[in-house]
Ligand binder design. Structure first.
Ligand code: IPE
Ligand code: IPE
Ligand code: MG
Length: 235
């Protein structure tokens, strides 16, 4: 089987999954975070080298205060758990998105998580927190404009590569496969630039119930695809 080098996941359906069990949405998020730990290990064992997951979007601040508060609490504990998992499993963690909107203590823990795992050589694990593609591209354009005004970059040097290098994902290969769980079929402002030639896979399983077998099913489906990059396929 051809294993995609980079898998991106929009882990969706925590709330609906909890509701179906008569539980509060916060329970769904907590179980979703636990599941993520497992899927990280499974992904590495399968042979995936890069895993990028969407944990909180720039639009998710619009949820109720209660839900946002419980998510922030969860991110605090998840960051600690992830520090341990990164150490035990040799995972290199990188945060994409703009953490500036988070409380200082959470920002510090996230930096520490990146710092402490920077030398690891196992799974490259990207977590998207306060991430939105439009925000990411806007910040990149701003950074490029600043360099240009400072005389470091002229207009002709602003190539696709230059734009990529100013995104939060600089240096990370584009995803080969995108998975969205829980039946929704939209991108919700995720990796719009990076997904230009990615294969998409949508499944009905809600994120907390998504298991290794579901990941394998996505990879099998990916294997049946006839990947193209604009060129006509030679037969
Ligand atoms: C995904 O689950 C997790 C986050 C967006 C934080 P949802 O919270 O979106 O769950 P549903 O889609 O409402 O079921
Ligand atoms: C996308 O899921 C964001 C994350 C998974 C973090 P949402 O559930 O927030 O997206 P919409 O609102 O259904 O588009
Ligand atoms: Mg959702």
């Amino acid at each position: 089987m051809n294993i995609p080098q980079h898998v991106a996941i929009i882990l969706d359906g925590n709330g609906r999954w909890a509701k179906s069990k008569g539980m509060p949405r916060s329970y769904g998020h907590a179980q979703g975070a636990k599941n993520l730990e497992k899927i990280c290990r499974d992904a590495w064992n399968i042979g995936i080298k890069y895993l990028t997951v969407y944990l909180f979007s720039t639009e998710n601040w619009k949820r109720s205060k209660d839900e946002v508060d419980s998510l922030m609490k969860l991110f605090r504990s998840y960051t600690k758990t992830c520090m341990k998992t990164a150490r035990d499993n040799n995972m290199k963690v990188r945060v994409i998105g703009d953490p500036a909107a988070f409380d200082t203590d959470l920002q510090e823990s996230l930096k520490e998580l990146e710092r402490s795992s920077a030398g690891n050589t196992g799974l490259n694990f990207q977590i998207a927190l306060n991430y939105g593609s439009r925000d990411e591209i806007t910040r990149a354009v701003r950074a490029i404009a600043r360099e240009s005004v400072a005389g470091l970059l002229n207009a002709d040097e602003i190539t696709e590569e230059c734009v990529s290098d100013h995104l939060d994902t600089a240096g990370i290969p584009d995803p080969d496969l995108l998975i969205r769980t829980s039946g929704e079929e939209r991108l919700s402002n995720y990796l719009l630039w990076q997904l230009a030639y990615t294969e998409f896979y949508f499944c009905d399983v809600p994120w907390p119930a998504f298991k290794k077998k579901d990941l394998l099913a996505a990879i099998e489906d990916y294997n049946d695809r006839d990947r193209r990059y604009g060129g006509r396929k030679e037969s």
